[in-house]
Design a protein around this ligand. Structure first.
Ligand SMILES: [Zn+2]
Length: 180
Protein backbone atom coordinates (compact mmCIF):
# COMPACT_ATOMS: atom_id res chain seq x y z
CA UNK A 1 0.00 0.00 0.00
CA UNK A 2 1.34 3.38 -1.04
CA UNK A 3 1.24 6.11 1.60
CA UNK A 4 -1.35 8.74 0.83
CA UNK A 5 0.43 11.96 -0.21
CA UNK A 6 -0.08 14.82 2.26
CA UNK A 7 -1.79 17.02 -0.29
CA UNK A 8 -4.69 14.57 -0.79
CA UNK A 9 -5.78 14.92 2.85
CA UNK A 10 -5.24 18.66 2.53
CA UNK A 11 -7.61 18.86 -0.47
CA UNK A 12 -10.19 16.92 1.53
CA UNK A 13 -10.01 19.45 4.38
CA UNK A 14 -12.88 21.03 2.48
CA UNK A 15 -15.45 18.37 3.12
CA UNK A 16 -18.37 18.37 0.70
CA UNK A 17 -21.42 16.63 2.16
CA UNK A 18 -23.64 17.44 -0.81
CA UNK A 19 -24.24 20.26 -3.31
CA UNK A 20 -25.49 22.61 -0.57
CA UNK A 21 -23.32 21.67 2.39
CA UNK A 22 -19.58 22.05 2.84
CA UNK A 23 -17.48 22.00 5.98
CA UNK A 24 -14.11 23.72 5.98
CA UNK A 25 -11.91 21.87 8.44
CA UNK A 26 -9.17 24.48 8.10
CA UNK A 27 -11.42 26.57 10.38
CA UNK A 28 -11.41 23.81 13.01
CA UNK A 29 -8.68 24.19 15.65
CA UNK A 30 -8.53 20.45 16.44
CA UNK A 31 -8.08 19.64 12.75
CA UNK A 32 -5.35 22.28 12.37
CA UNK A 33 -3.57 20.80 15.36
CA UNK A 34 -3.64 17.27 13.91
CA UNK A 35 -2.39 18.31 10.49
CA UNK A 36 0.26 20.67 11.94
CA UNK A 37 1.82 17.74 13.80
CA UNK A 38 1.70 15.57 10.70
CA UNK A 39 3.25 18.20 8.45
CA UNK A 40 5.90 19.36 10.92
CA UNK A 41 4.52 22.82 11.77
CA UNK A 42 3.18 24.47 14.88
CA UNK A 43 -0.56 25.23 15.07
CA UNK A 44 0.28 28.94 14.96
CA UNK A 45 2.27 28.57 11.74
CA UNK A 46 -0.64 26.85 10.06
CA UNK A 47 -3.21 29.35 11.32
CA UNK A 48 -1.05 32.28 10.24
CA UNK A 49 -1.19 31.09 6.67
CA UNK A 50 -4.84 30.10 6.29
CA UNK A 51 -5.49 32.38 3.31
CA UNK A 52 -2.52 31.01 1.36
CA UNK A 53 -3.60 27.50 2.29
CA UNK A 54 -7.17 28.02 1.13
CA UNK A 55 -6.02 29.64 -2.14
CA UNK A 56 -3.68 26.75 -2.80
CA UNK A 57 -6.37 24.22 -1.95
CA UNK A 58 -8.81 25.81 -4.44
CA UNK A 59 -6.15 25.73 -7.16
CA UNK A 60 -5.26 22.06 -6.56
CA UNK A 61 -8.95 21.14 -6.40
CA UNK A 62 -9.57 22.91 -9.66
CA UNK A 63 -6.59 21.17 -11.34
CA UNK A 64 -7.75 17.76 -10.10
CA UNK A 65 -11.31 18.44 -11.21
CA UNK A 66 -10.17 19.38 -14.72
CA UNK A 67 -7.89 16.31 -14.86
CA UNK A 68 -10.66 14.00 -13.58
CA UNK A 69 -13.23 15.32 -16.01
CA UNK A 70 -10.97 15.58 -19.06
CA UNK A 71 -11.15 19.39 -19.16
CA UNK A 72 -8.38 21.91 -19.83
CA UNK A 73 -6.60 23.09 -16.71
CA UNK A 74 -6.83 26.80 -15.98
CA UNK A 75 -3.45 28.59 -16.32
CA UNK A 76 -4.15 30.64 -13.18
CA UNK A 77 -4.40 27.45 -11.14
CA UNK A 78 -1.00 26.30 -12.40
CA UNK A 79 0.48 29.68 -11.57
CA UNK A 80 -1.03 29.59 -8.08
CA UNK A 81 0.67 26.25 -7.34
CA UNK A 82 3.95 27.11 -9.04
CA UNK A 83 4.36 30.42 -7.26
CA UNK A 84 4.18 28.52 -3.97
CA UNK A 85 7.06 26.27 -5.03
CA UNK A 86 10.24 28.03 -3.97
CA UNK A 87 13.43 26.78 -5.59
CA UNK A 88 15.42 27.19 -2.38
CA UNK A 89 13.04 25.19 -0.23
CA UNK A 90 14.45 22.06 1.27
CA UNK A 91 11.61 19.58 1.60
CA UNK A 92 13.38 16.31 2.16
CA UNK A 93 16.77 15.47 3.57
CA UNK A 94 18.78 12.28 3.51
CA UNK A 95 19.54 10.62 6.79
CA UNK A 96 22.16 8.08 7.75
CA UNK A 97 21.54 5.99 10.83
CA UNK A 98 24.01 3.93 12.89
CA UNK A 99 24.20 1.17 10.29
CA UNK A 100 24.84 3.77 7.60
CA UNK A 101 21.54 3.04 5.94
CA UNK A 102 20.27 6.08 4.19
CA UNK A 103 16.67 7.20 4.27
CA UNK A 104 14.86 10.38 3.32
CA UNK A 105 12.54 12.28 5.59
CA UNK A 106 10.83 15.62 5.72
CA UNK A 107 13.44 18.06 6.89
CA UNK A 108 13.15 19.05 10.55
CA UNK A 109 14.58 22.50 9.84
CA UNK A 110 11.51 23.90 8.15
CA UNK A 111 12.42 26.87 6.05
CA UNK A 112 9.17 26.85 4.12
CA UNK A 113 5.60 27.86 4.79
CA UNK A 114 2.74 25.36 5.07
CA UNK A 115 1.26 26.18 1.65
CA UNK A 116 4.72 25.91 0.06
CA UNK A 117 5.19 22.52 1.67
CA UNK A 118 1.84 21.30 0.31
CA UNK A 119 2.42 22.73 -3.17
CA UNK A 120 5.71 20.82 -3.25
CA UNK A 121 4.01 17.67 -2.09
CA UNK A 122 1.43 18.03 -4.86
CA UNK A 123 4.05 18.60 -7.58
CA UNK A 124 6.25 15.77 -6.29
CA UNK A 125 3.29 13.35 -6.17
CA UNK A 126 2.23 14.29 -9.69
CA UNK A 127 5.77 13.75 -10.99
CA UNK A 128 5.98 10.42 -9.18
CA UNK A 129 2.57 8.95 -10.04
CA UNK A 130 1.17 11.13 -12.85
CA UNK A 131 -1.69 13.62 -12.52
CA UNK A 132 -4.22 11.07 -13.80
CA UNK A 133 -3.74 9.08 -10.60
CA UNK A 134 -5.18 11.88 -8.45
CA UNK A 135 -8.88 12.43 -8.87
CA UNK A 136 -11.96 14.01 -7.45
CA UNK A 137 -14.87 11.59 -7.06
CA UNK A 138 -17.10 11.40 -10.15
CA UNK A 139 -20.09 12.19 -7.93
CA UNK A 140 -20.38 16.01 -8.21
CA UNK A 141 -22.09 16.13 -4.83
CA UNK A 142 -19.04 14.47 -3.25
CA UNK A 143 -15.82 15.54 -5.04
CA UNK A 144 -13.66 13.67 -2.52
CA UNK A 145 -10.01 13.66 -3.57
CA UNK A 146 -8.31 10.30 -3.81
CA UNK A 147 -5.20 8.57 -5.06
CA UNK A 148 -6.14 5.94 -7.61
CA UNK A 149 -3.75 3.08 -6.90
CA UNK A 150 -5.80 0.53 -8.86
CA UNK A 151 -3.94 -1.49 -11.50
CA UNK A 152 -5.73 0.01 -14.51
CA UNK A 153 -6.08 3.52 -13.03
CA UNK A 154 -9.73 3.73 -14.06
CA UNK A 155 -11.27 4.26 -10.64
CA UNK A 156 -13.90 7.02 -10.80
CA UNK A 157 -15.45 7.02 -7.35
CA UNK A 158 -14.07 7.68 -3.91
CA UNK A 159 -13.93 4.74 -1.52
CA UNK A 160 -17.46 5.49 -0.28
CA UNK A 161 -19.79 2.76 -1.53
CA UNK A 162 -22.61 5.30 -1.55
CA UNK A 163 -21.08 7.32 -4.43
CA UNK A 164 -20.73 4.40 -6.82
CA UNK A 165 -24.24 3.30 -5.90
CA UNK A 166 -25.77 6.71 -6.59
CA UNK A 167 -24.56 6.35 -10.15
CA UNK A 168 -25.84 2.80 -10.41
CA UNK A 169 -29.25 4.00 -9.22
CA UNK A 170 -29.20 6.89 -11.71
CA UNK A 171 -28.23 4.67 -14.65
CA UNK A 172 -30.88 2.17 -13.64
CA UNK A 173 -33.51 4.94 -13.60
CA UNK A 174 -32.36 6.27 -16.98
CA UNK A 175 -32.61 2.83 -18.51
CA UNK A 176 -36.03 2.40 -16.97
CA UNK A 177 -37.13 5.77 -18.34
CA UNK A 178 -35.94 4.77 -21.84
CA UNK A 179 -37.81 1.51 -21.55
CA UNK A 180 -41.14 3.16 -20.66
ZN1 LIG B 1 -17.53 10.17 -3.58
Amino acid sequence: MVDLPFFVKFVNSLHISNEEMQTDYLDDAAYISRRAREWGFTDAELELDLISLKDLRSAIRSILLAASRGRTVNDQDFEQVNKAIQPDVRLFELLADKENLVAAQITQQNNFKPHEFLAHDFARSVSQYGVKRFKLCANDACLWAFHDTSKNGLKKWCSSAACGNTDKVRRFRERKKLAT
